[in-house]
Design a binder for this molecule. Structure first.
Ligand SMILES: [Zn+2]
Length: 434
């Protein structure tokens, strides 16, 4: 496929609003299905709820067990148009970038996976194994209607030999690039705190104001400094990125010795990304309390998105949070918090194949195993012991990554090309395995 058509389809795709909640991935599924139909590839649509849908297609290889799975999710987080410089669902191109919710998380990746999948079919070689293209709904709210649902509908998925999805990119930092292939992720521990109190008139303050209880507890929670704890993948990654770099007065050799230096500790504090790889993080994201300026409410809440290191225990985390929060608020966990950490070994031929595919396009750059600080659907496959990696071969700066789930999410036209070419390379390498 030529770049112009690819960009055109990417534009069209980002115009289909699949923000979750509420989801509405059906239109996006039908859009992708139309390309499969054109190529005469059979596919199946599985709809777990009205307007929600999952797309499943398969190319037959020489053997039908242990397929390779290209996994993507078609839902996105919501976007508020008034906060953006362009319409998040307008598919606008400006200064060499395609803007839109889902540009990097992960609708364009889904499209590149699909087109790479179709291209392989056109090349008419029979792969050693079946390849399954699976584009799901519901990832952004936990994946129950998406991957979890599909694992029940299609048993073959749980026999996969390898799964490739999201979670890692090629990162440009200070003029150097390195690739991160995600093999594990932090655990989600989201919760809210709630206080009750006596309402009243704003002109006569009293000591039983729920807003004040929540503010005080929230202040303690956000100012607590979680200790640094080392996880092997994080060590390997940070060492790979930092080796030889100068930080103030010293040269980085390895993490363990760097952590003994004060200047490195303040570097960690000022580097949100490295910081999140080394400790639990707790971010206050929603505040609720009161609706009228002269009324003391009877209830207030603050919501926290916490991500804990793979080796941390959920119950220990929550007892710590309860101690910090104090007795005036209730701490209420949200959703299922998984106790187990899921990890895919990175010393595999799959890792090597992807690394070789990257180096063919980018030269001898470091290719490092990585721990995604957010959560992805890959955990469902990792929990079954299936090697499952997250990687999309596009080059992003830290600023570009911050736009994921943020405002003005975008992907450069050059990256759309890299994503597609890179995906074809990687797929060809993976498909040569018996
Ligand atoms: Zn995603």
């Amino acid at each position: 496929m030529d770049l112009d058509s690819l960009v055109h389809y990417a534009k069209e795709f980002l115009r289909l609003n699949s923000a979750n909640p509420p989801g509405c991935e059906e239109e996006s599924v039908l859009f992708l299905e139309s390309f499969l139909k054109k190529e005469g590839i059979e596919s199946e649509i599985f709809s777990p709820a009205p307007k929600r849908a999952n797309l499943y297609a398969r190319i037959e290889g020489k053997r039908s067990d242990m397929p390779l799975v290209l996994l993507s999710h078609l839902d996105t987080v919501p976007a508020k148009p008034e906060e953006w410089d362009v319409d998040p669902f307008g598919g606008e191109i400006k200064d060499g970038f395609l803007y839109g919710r889902g540009a990097i998380d992960m609708k364009v990746q889904a499209l590149c996976q699909l087109f790479a999948f179709l291209e392989i079919r056109k090349e008419r070689f029979i792969p050693e194994k079946d390849i399954i293209f699976l584009a799901t709904c519901d990832e952004e709210t936990g994946g129950k209607l998406g991957v979890k649902f599909m694992l029940e509908k299609k048993e073959i998925l749980s026999e996969a030999d390898f799964v490739l999805s999201e979670g890692g990119f090629i990162i440009e930092d200070g003029g150097q690039i390195h690739a991160q292939i995600s093999v594990t992720e932090k655990k989600v521990s989201q919760f809210f705190i709630k206080a009750k109190g006596k309402g009243g008139h704003g002109s006569t303050p009293h000591k039983d104001n729920p807003n004040e209880k929540v503010i005080e507890a929230a202040q303690r929670i956000i100012s607590y400094k979680w200790p640094i704890k080392l996880y092997p993948v994080a060590i390997k990654y940070i060492d790979g990125v930092m080796k030889g770099k100068r930080i103030e007065n010293f040269e980085y050799i390895d993490l363990k010795s760097a952590l003994k230096k004060k200047s490195f500790l303040s570097f960690v504090d000022d580097s949100p990304h490295i910081n999140a790889l080394l400790r639990n993080t707790v971010t206050c994201t929603i505040l609720k309390g009161g609706e009228k300026i002269n009324v003391i409410p009877v209830e207030a809440e603050a919501y926290f998105d916490a991500r804990i290191l793979p080796q941390e225990r959920q119950n220990k985390f929550y007892s710590k949070i309860r101690r910090i929060a104090g007795k005036k608020v209730e701490v209420i966990p949200i959703g299922e918090s998984s106790e187990r950490a899921y990890y895919s070994n990175y010393r595999t031929r799959y890792f090597e194949a992807i690394a070789n595919g990257i180096r063919e396009l980018f030269g001898p750059i470091p290719v490092l195993p990585y721990m995604t600080t957010g959560a992805t659907d890959l955990r469902y496959f990792r929990s079954l012991g299936i090697p499952a990696y997250g990687f999309f071969p596009i080059v992003l700066t830290k600023d570009e990554i911050m736009r994921m789930h943020g405002v003005n999410e975008r992907i450069s036209i050059e990256n759309i090309k890299r994503g597609y070419e890179g995906m074809k390379n990687i797929l060809r390498a993976l498909l040569s395995f018996k």
